[in-house]
Design a protein around this ligand. Structure first.
Ligand code: HMG
Length: 387
C-alpha cells in the first residue's frame, strides 16, 4: 500500500522586510544577504500570528477538499509552542471542527518536528488505511534585531494531509537517521529568541547531511544519479546550496544539471519567506512542485535537519497528476499581497511581539478576511478568532 502526502497547505503572515533594506540598515553589502546568505525577503509575524494561528491558516488552504470525518490523527510539530502543557493540535482541532475521536498531540525536536510528525502519520495510516492524518509544522524564527542570525529569520506554516494512495508524494520505506547531543542552536524556556553557535551549526548540518545521504544510498543500494531532485531543510538557501554541492560533487553532467535545476526550483519560496524551522523542508517540496514539471514516479530525496541535533534522509515518489494539487498563483498571490515594512516598522513589530499581551487585552488583526489570528488571552486562556 502506498502512503504519503495527499494535500499541502501553506501560510505565511502578511508582512515582510526586503533584504536590501535590512542590509543597508545593518551596514552590510546587500550582496552578502542576497548571494552570501541567499535570501531576498523575510516574513514578519506580528503579535497576532503565532504557531497555532499559522497552522490553522495553512490547513484551511485544503480543508474544504477533504473528508473531515476520516481524520484520525492530528500531530503538530513546532519549536514555537504556545503552551508548556496543552498541545497546539487541540487549538487547531477546535478551529477546524474535527471529530472528538481524533488523536491530537504535539512533537518537538527543533526543525525535525514535522518530519517526526510525518513519519508517525505514515505509520498510523498503514495501520488504519481507512483513516487520514493531518500533520502541521509551524514556526517563527526569531534571533533578535541586529544579530548575525537576523537575516535568517522568517515565519510560516505547512500543513500536510497524509493518506493511502496519495495524490502528491508516496513515501518510500526505509530512512537513514543520525542524532547527537550537541549545542549548535537552542532556545531556553526563559527566552523568546534562539541561541545559536552559527558557524558551528552550518558545519554540523553539512556533516549530518553527508552522513545520512551516504547511509541512505547504501541502505537502498541507490546512487545519486537515481534521484530526480533532492530537497533540503533550508534555514537560508545558501545552506542548502552547499549541501547540494556536496551531493553533486563527482557526478555526471546530466545528474549535476538535473539536481541543480531542481534545487533552484525548490528554493524559490524560502528566498521570500525565510526560515520556518519545522516546515522549511516541506516548503522546499511545495516550491519544487510549483516551479518544476516533474514526471510521474520521479524520485525525490529529502534531508531533514533539526538542531540539537537530529537528521534524517528519506525519499518519496511523485504521484501521477500531482499538478492538480498545487496552485502557484494562489501562493504568489499570498506573497505578492504582503505589505513591505521599513526596517524601523519591522523592528517595532518584532519587539512588540516579544511581549505577551496583558490578560484581557483584545488584539486585532490586519490580515485579510478569513484568516485566523491570536486575539490575546481571557483568564489566561488563549483566544483564536477568524477575521
Ligand atoms: P555571518 O557571520 O553574518 O555571515 O553569519 P558570514 O560572514 O559567514 O557570511 C555569510 C556568507 O556570505 C559567506 O559565504 C560569505 O563569504 C558571504 P560562505 O563562506 O558561507 O559561502 N559574503 C558575501 N557574498 C557575496 N557578496 C558579499 C559578501 N559578504 C559576505 N559582499 C550565519 C551567517 C548563517 C552563521 C548566521 O546568519 C546565523 O547564525 N544564522 C542562524 C543559524 C543557522 O541558520 N544555521 C544553519 C544550520 S543549523 C539549522 O539549519 C537548524 C535551524 O533551522 C534551527 C532548527 O533546527 O530548529 C537553524
Amino acid at each position: 500500500m502506498q502512503v504519503g502526502i495527499d494535500k499541502i497547505g501553506f501560510f505565511t503572515p502578511n508582512k515582510y522586510v526586503d533584504m536590501v533594506d535590512l542590509a543597508n540598515a545593518r551596514g552590510e553589502d546587500p550582496n552578502k544577504f542576497l548571494i552570501g546568505i541567499g535570501q531576498k525577503e523575510m516574513a514578519v509575524a506580528d503579535a497576532t500570528q503565532d504557531a497555532v494561528s499559522m497552522g490553522i491558516n495553512a490547513t484551511m488552504q485544503y480543508l474544504d477538499k477533504i473528508e473531515k470525518d476520516k481524520v484520525g490523527l492530528l500531530v503538530f510539530g513546532t519549536e514555537s509552542g504556545v503552551d508548556q502543557s496543552k498541545s497546539a493540535s487541540l487549538f487547531v482541532k477546535s478551529a477546524l471542527k474535527l471529530k472528538p475521536e481524533v488523536r491530537a498531540f504535539e512533537v518537538k525536536e527543533a526543525c525535525f518536528g514535522l518530519t517526526a510528525a510525518l513519519m508517525i502519520a505514515r505509520d498510523f495510516v498503514r495501520v488504519h488505511p481507512d483513516q487520514t492524518a493531518i500533520v502541521i509544522g509551524s514556526d517563527i524564527a526569531r534571533y533578535g534585531v541586529n544579530t548575525p542570525g537576523e537575516v535568517t529569520q522568517g515565519a510560516g506554516a505547512i500543513s500536510l494531509l497524509v493518506k493511502k494512495d496519495p495524490a502528491i508524494l508516496s513515501l518510500n520505506d526505509g530512512h537513514s537517521a543520525y542524532s547527537e547531543d550537541i549545542n549548535d542552536f537552542w532556545r531556553p524556556n526563559n527566552s523568546k529568541v534562539a541561541m545559536v553557535d552559527g558557524k558551528y551549526s552550518t558545519q554540523v548540518y553539512l556533516d549530518f547531511f553527508t552522513n545520512t545521504f551516504e547511509g541512505y544510498k547504501k541502505q537502498k543500494n541507490w546512487n545519486t544519479r537515481d534521484f530526480n531532485a533532492i530537497l533540503y531543510h533550508l534555514p537560508f538557501t545558501k545552506q542548502g546550496l552547499k549541501a547540494n554541492r556536496l551531493a553533486i560533487a563527482d557526478q555526471d553532467e546530466a545528474t549535476v544539471k538535473r539536481l541543480e535545476d531542481s534545487f533552484e526550483a525548490s528554493k524559490q519560496l524560502s528566498m521570500r519567506v525565510g526560515n520556518i524551522y519545522t516546515a522549511s523542508l516541506y516548503m522546499s517540496l511545495l516550491s519544487l512542485l510549483e516551479n518544476k514539471q516533474l514526471e510521474p514516479n520521479s524520485l525525490v530525496g529529502m534531508f531533514s535537519y533539526g538542531s540539537g541535533a537530529m537528521a534524517e534522509f528519506f525519499s518519496g515518489n511523485i504521484a501521477d497528476g500531482y499538478e492538480k494539487e498545487v496552485n502557484v498563483n494562489k501562493t504568489n498571490e499570498m506573497l505578492d499581497g504582503r505589505t513591505q515594512l521599513s526596517v524601523d516598522e519591522y523592528e517595532k513589530i518584532f519587539n512588540d511581539a516579544l511581549i505577551d499581551p496583558i490578560d484581557g487585552q483584545e488584539l486585532t488583526s490586519d490580515e485579510k478576511s478569513g484568516v485566523w489570528y491570536f486575539a490575546g488571552t481571557q483568564n489566561h486562556i488563549r483566544q483564536y478568532r477568524q477575521k
